[in-house]
Design a binder for this molecule. Structure first.
Ligand code: BG6
Ligand code: MG
Length: 217
């Protein structure tokens, strides 16, 4: 059985959650309310549109469709400024080691991200060549926890869903992987990601032996 490995981007490959936070906070402050780091946890793995809906709910702000669209654009322009100068130094520890091992063993690798900026971030940090398929916010109609993003990634890799392994840092992402009947691996706080089949704080905790077992079974 051919195995496939699917990586989420934000919070798994790079720590971009901090830039998303700064951009949302700026918009919240502009609208006259605070947005805390704790509240930002709700935004992980969630599409830009749903994030803005939650933000406006937090601030009890209502918006016309036109205003809503303008704020989405403003937030993204601000986020793009933060990621403009991103480079390989922002790749999370040991991610390249795992990618390299998978490549050497000819295991197909996909990205399964909610972000519409995913491809450009992979390009900036120099990891694009590792990926055999990229499914991101531009290709899906249903956001995580819907399994669409991961099912599409498996299809593009030519691997059955139950032979795929997903690395995720968001609750919605772990739920999506489980719904797709894939092996879910939570990266981050195990109490938060308790629905994942395996949990690790980060990739430095994951041994090559563990990856070997994953791709053989
Ligand atoms: C996810 C992030 O990967 O992408 C979310 O975890 C973010 O916080 C979402 O909202 C959409 O990203 P973008 O880049 O399309 O605004
Ligand atoms: Mg993520």
């Amino acid at each position: 059985m051919k195995k496939g490995i699917i990586f989420d981007l934000d919070g798994v490959i790079v720590d971009t959650a901090k830039y998303h936070y700064l951009a949302w906070k700026k918009l919240a402050n502009q609208l006259g309310f605070e947005f805390t780091k704790n509240q930002n946890e709700l935004f992980k793995g969630v599409s830009r549109k749903v994030c803005l809906e939650i933000l406006l709910e937090i601030g009890k702000v209502s918006a016309t469709k036109e205003q809503f669209d303008i704020w989405m654009i403003e937030k993204n322009l601000d986020y793009l400024k933060y990621i403009e100068n991103m480079d390989a130094s922002e790749i999370l520890p040991d991610v390249p080691k795992i990618l390299q091992f998978l490549k050497e063993n000819k295991i197909p690798i996909a990205l399964g991200s909610a972000s519409k900026n995913a491809r450009s971030i992979l390009e900036k940090v120099g990891l694009l060549p590792y990926f055999d398929a990229i499914v991101d916010g531009n290709n899906v109609t249903k956001a995580k926890p819907d399994p669409e993003v991961f099912l599409l990634a498996a299809k593009q890799l030519g691997v059955s869903a139950h032979d795929c392994v997903v690395f995720e840092d968001a609750v919605a992402g772990v739920e999506a992987a489980n719904a797709a009947k894939m092996i879910s691996i939570g990266i981050g706080d195990r109490n938060v990601l308790s629905e994942a089949q395996f949990n690790f704080k980060d990739f430095t905790e994951i041994s090559i032996q563990f990856i070997e077992v994953l791709i053989k079974n």
